[in-house]
Design a protein around this ligand. Structure first.
Ligand SMILES: *[C@@H]1O[C@H](CO)[C@@H](O)[C@H](O)[C@H]1NC(C)=O
Ligand SMILES: *[C@@H]1O[C@H](CO)[C@@H](O)[C@H](O)[C@H]1NC(C)=O
Ligand SMILES: *[C@@H]1O[C@H](CO)[C@@H](O)[C@H](O)[C@H]1NC(C)=O
Ligand SMILES: *[C@@H]1O[C@H](CO)[C@@H](O)[C@H](O)[C@H]1NC(C)=O
Ligand SMILES: *[C@@H]1O[C@H](CO)[C@@H](O)[C@H](O)[C@H]1NC(C)=O
Ligand SMILES: [Ca+2]
Length: 633
């Protein structure tokens, strides 16, 4: 086999010359590209990974390969059952060959060793061996071939074949040999170029981390959030801004009937840049027993715009649908303007519900004496924390007894942190898979005003600065210089030449790219830039690295792509299970700038117009949100 054969990968790049609909993409990461062609790849076509627990039998693939501990145990069982046929000296002579051959499915190059890269051609029965190694094997243990093939199919089928092969060293090795001397076993193990950066995401010449993507769903209209239930079903719940939540099953199928259809109640419009709408959903952290979902959306009540957080109960007869008659309002906050509605809802590891509320809108947080965000008498511009457990009778929520401002005069007890402008997408760190380091940390992107976008690490009682500060710099000079501000600076801020509306992401804790473990991966809605931050544990500083798409050759894998639609709306991760989890990015393809000239802030007239015209609501909400003030205000 020559390198040319590696280029047989079918090219599945999607056509990007048109903009079909809004896309939801799978953020899959890159396998070290080798001469741009032959990749580490597993027999199931997936990329290799770092097993969560070290392997016991095929130890050499403990660091990075294609087997988890469970598969490793199965291989070991098979080995010992084959070795039952041997006496001690046979075991000593042939055990090592059999073990090595059986373990090749754990090799990060398994797909290549088994000729499995091209799904249209038959796979080899056994991994491809190098010539010398095969000759050795033939000399010492040729009669073991039938044992290896025995349980791969109908034993009769192989009986004649192996009988013929075992007698003739040339035919034996014609059958087992992989002619490509670099990729055959065992040379593939010792080739330095192939093994140097296994599992490492590579940097391009400018230092940008190169990734590839896989599309997993499309045809969504402004998908604002994607979550999982953590209940072993591995389904996804994808929310669209106009008020739908859809269930995607683990096999990729979408259930026809919506999980939730709130389109009749959600206040939004087809106007590009409308920040209102259905913005988030969170499931109870013990969803298997507490069958409740929480949603965050814009609503018009008595001509007043509000955001509403409400609770739904799962249908008793359909686990892929909420009981639409079960809605119970948990909290409503009046929005003085139609932008900056916040929009994040999530459960922390403490079991409490966190709600991220925007500053109420317009530019520069103009309300009151020093804006809403620094005013603890209002819920606007805050991170809230409430307890929704055991709320079936009485109040819809209670205040956790250790909320930071309890008992402070003229301060809302729900407040957990303040000084936030318009946090868009927050996440909780799962923690390092082996040490647990970082577990429970809460990261948010806070959309900036005119100059800086920032990423914050949210802690109890923290003041995140707005409107005194935007990023690291002063926005309101007077407030900024007040020594009692005592604010927490972002872990990172970037100027508007890099992007104009941050979309918070996740700490990568997957196992396919061990060198990305601990990186915070996020993006910018306006510029489409994908970015990462890596913490220096000694200094606590976060170092920025851009993420770019791998080159065509790098991503030339079945189903992989290396481009995406520019408007990064949100990120997601899937349920961690036996398998590695992945990161996802939700993107939109349509430009929104054209419609910026439409002024509709605080336009109750417009809302009425929209409400009076339900057809409009059923039009896909073309573009998405946020940062309207760039040109409108
Ligand atoms: C196997 O070999 C025997 C004898 O050489 C022959 O009769 C039989 O048909 C062969 N079976 C297959 C499946 O080729
Ligand atoms: C996925 O699973 C569902 C339910 O088991 C089934 O109805 C559907 O046909 C499956 N879809 C695919 C593409 O296999
Ligand atoms: C969602 O609800 C609206 C009315 O509330 C209805 O007109 C629409 O058909 C529903 N959509 C789906 C997909 O069920
Ligand atoms: C703080 O917010 C409350 C509630 O909106 C408002 O009544 C009060 O005037 C504000 N305080 C200042 C100093 O602006
Ligand atoms: C500084 O902030 C405190 C608390 O918000 C306030 O009471 C005080 O008047 C401020 N000082 C100045 C000089 O603005
Ligand atoms: Ca800040």
């Amino acid at each position: 086999m020559t390198l040319e054969t590696c280029k047989l990968f079918p090219r599945h790049l999607v056509q990007l010359s048109f903009c079909p609909q809004h896309l939801l993409l799978f953020l899959l990461l890159l396998l070290h590209a080798w001469w741009g062609s032959c990749h580490p790849q597993c027999l199931d076509y997936k990329p290799p990974f770092e097993p969560r627990q070290p392997l016991v039998f095929c130890k050499e693939y403990s660091k990075f390969g294609c087997c988890d501990l469970e598969r490793d145990e199965e291989i070991s069982v098979r080995f010992y059952s084959i070795m039952d046929n041997f006496d001690h000296s046979g075991f000593v002579t042939c055990g090592k060959f059999i073990r090595s051959i059986l373990c090749q499915e754990c090799s990060p190059y398994a797909a290549h060793l088994y000729d499995a890269e091209d799904a249209n051609t038959p796979m080899r029965l056994l991994p491809g061996l190098c010539g010398d190694y095969c000759t050795d094997y033939w000399h010492q243990c040729r009669y073991t071939l039938s044992l290896l093939l025995e349980d791969l199919g109908n034993p009769q089928q192989f009986a004649n074949m192996t009988a013929g092969l075992e007698e003739d060293s040339r035919r034996f090795c014609d059958f087992l040999e992989l002619k490509d001397r670099q990729y055959c076993y065992p040379n593939v193990m010792t080739n330095e170029d192939l093994n140097a950066n296994l599992g490492s995401v590579r940097e391009d010449a400018t230092g940008c981390l190169e990734l590839c993507l896989q599309e997993i769903a499309n045809g969504l209209r402004n998908p604002v959030a994607m979550i999982h239930a953590d209940d072993g079903t591995h389904r996804f719940f994808v929310a669209e801004q106009l008020g739908y939540v859809w269930v995607y099953l683990s096999n990729g199928s979408r259930i026809d009937r919506p999980f939730l259809n709130l389109t009749h109640a959600v206040l939004t419009s087809p106007w590009a840049g409308d920040e209102r709408g259905f913005l988030c959903i969170a499931l109870h952290p013990r969803f298997t027993t507490v069958r409740k979902a929480y949603v965050y959306y814009s609503v018009s009540v008595k001509r007043e715009e509000r955001i509403r957080i409400s609770e739904f109960t799962l249908s008793t007869h359909d686990e892929n649908q909420l009981d639409h008659s079960s809605e119970r309002t948990i909290l409503e906050v009046v929005e003085p303007a139609s932008n900056h509605n916040g929009g994040q809802l999530l459960f922390g590891h403490d079991g409490y519900l966190y709600i991220f509320i925007g500053d109420g809108g317009r530019a520069g947080d103009p309300f009151g004496k020093f804006g809403n965000s620094q005013n603890k008498s209002t819920l606007l511009g805050k991170v809230l924390r409430i307890d929704v457990d055991n709320n079936d009778d009485g109040a819809p929520y209670s205040i956790p007894s250790d909320n930071p401002f309890l008992g402070e005069k003229e301060t809302k007890p729900e407040i957990y942190a303040y000084g936030v402008r318009n946090m868009w997408r927050c996440s909780i760190d799962r923690g390092d898979p082996s040490t647990g380091t970082g577990r429970g940390r809460m990261f948010c992107g806070d959309v900036g005003q005119n100059k800086y976008e920032e990423v914050d690490l949210i802690v109890k009682g923290g003041n995140y600065g707005w409107r005194a500060k935007e990023g690291f710099s002063c926005y309101d000079r007077k407030l900024c210089q007040n020594s009692s501000l005592d604010d927490i600076l972002p872990i990172y801020a970037y100027p508007h030449k890099m992007g104009k509306s941050v979309t918070g992401g996740y700490i990568y804790r997957g196992c396919q790219m061990p060198n990305l473990n601990g990186l915070y991966i996020f993006g910018d809605f306006m510029s489409g830039r994908l970015m990462s931050l890596k913490e220096n544990p000694l200094t606590g500083e976060w170092k920025y690295t851009e993420i770019c798409m791998g080159r065509d050759q790098t991503c030339r894998f079945p189903k992989l792509i290396n481009s995406y639609y520019k408007y990064i709306i949100s990120f997601a991760e899937d349920e961690a299970g036996k398998d590695c989890n992945w990161l996802y990015v939700l993107c939109n393809c349509i430009l929104m700038t054209k419609i910026f000239s439409v002024k509709h802030r605080e336009s109750h007239d417009l809302n009425e117009h929209i409400h009076g015209n339900t057809d409009l609501l059923n039009i896909p909400v073309k573009n998405w949100k946020k940062k309207l003030e760039v040109s409108a205000f």
